[in-house]
Ligand binder design. Structure first.
Ligand SMILES: NC(=O)c1ccc[n+]([C@@H]2O[C@H](COP(=O)([O-])OP(=O)(O)OC[C@H]3O[C@@H](n4cnc5c(N)ncnc54)[C@H](O)[C@@H]3O)[C@@H](O)[C@H]2O)c1
Length: 345
């Protein structure tokens, strides 16, 4: 059986996902696209040689009879409306992060999905499908390092555009750590505090860079996460979990080592798209496979989208106040009681 996708938003990541479903993965087909910029939708169909209908808006696409699953790759503020329409139509949804830009918006999706009665939505937190993070998770769950006590992590980009603002360090960048670290230790967050170290000369005047987030879980694990988006030297993702009996570290991406001119070296990646390219493939393949096998997606849930939204809100507040801000969640509904766990990759 083939899962027939309708795509809402044919920008950068929308096109990447269309290409991987069409050319790399198995079991999916793009049958419909839409974009508020209809020219972008037309160009996508032509340039990627798709046999797909172009719809005028998300509602008509979602309700098209041959669309089984909706790929939501529009701008963040537009996600909630499309996801709610898809749930109402009983369609599966793969929604890029954020699920919605507010915790209230995420709760509306939670309520709609529970009312529908079965899981339809997967959120695009692809790091859970990265081989290195999966191996860390397995090591922690198997007790290799005992109880996790601390995490040191870093999210570094070589540079960012003029439109990147201080809060985007949370809502666009840190959000990936917020999801993956929560998943790694399987504990809800409790508080966050932000410190601004000395500012790099490479940051534009309106941007605080770097930033240090200290996030504490309800069980007392302390996570120190650096976001540094003008580091110049590469796209660099670091993560070390320190436990009672040892530590576990995210492996570096595979790259040749070299010896030359009295130097011993290796290459760093410069583009975020390259760092998690395999993880994007695996997450969407898993979305299709689990729907085919069990009738429900198996990856990050609507509840994970809600956890990320509540935590990003608290982080942005902590940026503004400089104080330790509490992170408070509603009670996890029984509907989302099982923690999602990705298959080994
Ligand atoms: N998981 C990841 O690592 C990752 C990476 C990049 C982007 N993203 C997320 O994916 C989403 C898209 O990012 P992008 O970089 O592709 O942005 P983009 O600006 O390149 O593309 C977004 C597209 O959505 C269209 N659009 C906006 N509102 C719409 C609506 N209501 N209906 C239909 N189309 C609409 C725009 O016209 C545009 O073509 C964002 O939410 C972003 O955070 C996730």
């Amino acid at each position: 059986m083939t899962l027939k996708f309708g795509v809402v938003g044919t920008g950068a990541i929308g096109r990447e996902h269309i290409k991987r479903i069409t050319n790399t993965l198995s079991g999916g087909k793009i049958v419909a696209v839409t974009d508020v910029n209809q020219e972008s939708a037309k160009q996508t169909v032509e340039q990627l040689d798709l046999d797909a209908v172009i719809y005028p808006d998300d509602k008509t696409l979602v309700n098209a009879e041959d669309v089984d699953a909706v790929l939501v790759t529009s701008w963040g503020p537009a996600h909630e409306q499309t996801v709610l329409a898809a749930i109402e139509a009983g369609k599966y949804v793969f929604c890029e992060k954020p699920l919605a830009t507010t915790a209230e918006g995420c709760m509306r999706i939670v309520e709609a999905e529970i009312k529908h009665g079965k899981k339809l939505v997967q959120v695009g937190f692809m790091r859970r499908y990265d081989r290195g993070y999966v191996q860390m998770k397995e090591a922690i769950d198997n007790g290799l390092i005992g109880e996790p006590l601390m995490i040191k992590a870093a999210h570094r980009n070589p540079t960012v555009g003029e439109t990147y603002t201080t809060d985007m360090a949370v809502v666009d960048t840190l959000i990936h750590e917020i999801d993956v670290l929560h998943w790694l230790v399987n504990e809800d967050y409790q508080s966050v505090q932000v410190v601004y170290p000395k500012k790099t000369k490479y940051a534009l005047p309106h941007l605080q860079d770097p930033q240090l987030f200290t996030i504490e879980t309800q069980g007392g694990i302390v996570m120190n996460v650096e976001v540094f988006v003008n580091c110049r030297f590469g796209y660099d993702i670091q993560c070390e979990v320190i436990g009672e009996d040892g530590t576990v570290t995210l492996p570096e991406p595979l790259s040749i080592g070299f010896r030359k001119d009295a130097k011993l070296g290796t290459n760093l990646l410069m583009d975020w798209k390259d760092r998690f390219i395999d993880a994007y493939d695996v997450e969407i393949q898993d979305f299709m496979d689990s729907i085919m096998k069990t009738g429900e997606p198996n990856g990050p849930t609507t509840w994970d989208g809600y956890i990320a939204a509540v935590t990003t809100d608290a982080c942005v507040k902590a940026q503004q106040t400089g104080e330790k801000e509490q992170i408070t969640f509603k009670e996890r509904p029984a509907f989302y009681s099982e923690n999602t766990y990705c298959k080994t990759v």
